[in-house]
Design a protein around this ligand. Structure first.
Ligand SMILES: NC(=O)c1ccc[n+]([C@@H]2O[C@H](COP(=O)([O-])OP(=O)(O)OC[C@H]3O[C@@H](n4cnc5c(N)ncnc54)[C@H](OP(=O)(O)O)[C@@H]3O)[C@@H](O)[C@H]2O)c1
Length: 288
């Protein structure tokens, strides 16, 4: 592929920004999907100036809105017919239970449901690529995540780490289920834990997590190192055909979580489809 097209979320900061810059250096056309238009424009300019790659673009969309995710896919489709790499990188850690305009818990929607919807909306474009790749940012925190089909968006219980961990477990389960469903196509899906990375998410972590983050500083890595696995998954020819895997430090790692079963993955997929459709139908419904 001469100038593969990469759509990346969360490239205005941290791991995503470095990933976008590194892929632009490798000749990718970068499409930055971001909620803040001026930050997106600034990143595009920075990528173009520092890499000399002037084929960068941006689309504004807040992942806290399923309507905006649908518009993002539509706008992408109007400008490009093929998508070579989709990197669902954006993520948040919020201190208390807050609701999006669709009425879902914020981390559930931004970290998981919106990437799930965006990926599904762009499958045709991914399948038009010679080897479409979906790269989903999870976290090693997934290991602490729980899956309860009765309450997938922490209705009853909210804790910063518990809810974040659940969303990252869902990202992993979704990646594995997507890979299974894409068997026999040219599209692959893999998940990444970037490491403990010195980004805004870590350095400004809410509540007691801030203390944990500061205690982890000696073991943390730079955003440049944190982006390496995503860049490797997006660009390495040796990854062709590798799908449904969890990567960290550019190597496959075993997934260990008792909730990550074939049955639960299929169940989560159906519940997520339902949640994405319900969000679209209810529009600006707000949770109490
Ligand atoms: N840092 C770590 O130690 C670590 C560890 C494991 C996994 N991860 C994962 O790695 C990914 C990148 O994290 P990071 O550390 O680079 O975080 P970060 O520096 O805080 O950057 C997060 C990015 O997500 C975007 N974002 C947040 N909410 C959004 C929304 N509603 N709509 C659209 N974009 C939104 C932010 O946009 P704005 O600029 O507009 O805020 C920003 O570009 C995340 O998925 C995170 O969970 C990070």
């Amino acid at each position: 592929m001469k100038h593969p097209i990469c759509l990346i979320t969360g490239a205005t900061e941290g791991v995503g920004k470095v990933t976008a810059l590194e892929l632009a250096k490798k000749g990718f056309t970068i499409v930055v999907a971001a909620r803040n238009a001026s930050k997106a424009q600034a990143v595009v300019e920075e990528i173009e100036t520092s890499t000399g790659n002037t084929s960068c673009d941006h689309i504004v969309a807040d992942l806290g809105s399923l309507g905006q995710v649908r518009q993002l896919a539509e706008r992408f489709r109007r400008r490009y017919s093929t998508l070579d790499v989709l990197i669902n990188n954006a993520g948040v850690l919020v201190p208390t239970r807050t609701a999006t305009e669709d009425g879902y818990e914020t981390m559930f929607q931004v970290n998981y449901l919106s990437p799930f919807l965006l990926t599904n909306l762009l499958l045709e474009e991914l399948q038009r690529s010679e080897q479409g790749r979906v790269i989903n940012l999870t976290s090693s925190a997934y290991a602490r995540g729980k899956f309860d089909p009765q309450t997938i968006q922490s209705d009853a219980s909210f804790s910063v780490l518990g809810t974040y961990a659940a969303t990252k477990l869902y990202v992993l389960m979704f990646t594995e289920e997507l890979a299974r469903r894409l068997t026999g196509t040219s599209v692959t899906a893999n998940a990444v834990h970037p490491g403990i990375v010195r980004t805004r998410m870590m350095l400004q972590a809410p509540g007691t997590l801030r203390l944990v983050a500061y205690l982890s500083l000696p073991f943390s890595i730079s955003p440049f190192k944190g982006a390496r696995t995503s860049v490797y998954l997006a660009s390495s020819p040796e990854l062709k055909g590798i799908s449904g895997q969890y990567f960290t430090k550019s190597k496959r790692a075993a997934v260990k979580n008792k909730f990550d079963t074939a049955e639960n993955r299929a169940l989560l997929w159906d519940l997520s489809l339902n949640a994405a459709e319900k969000g679209a139908a209810t529009g600006a419904r707000r949770a109490s």
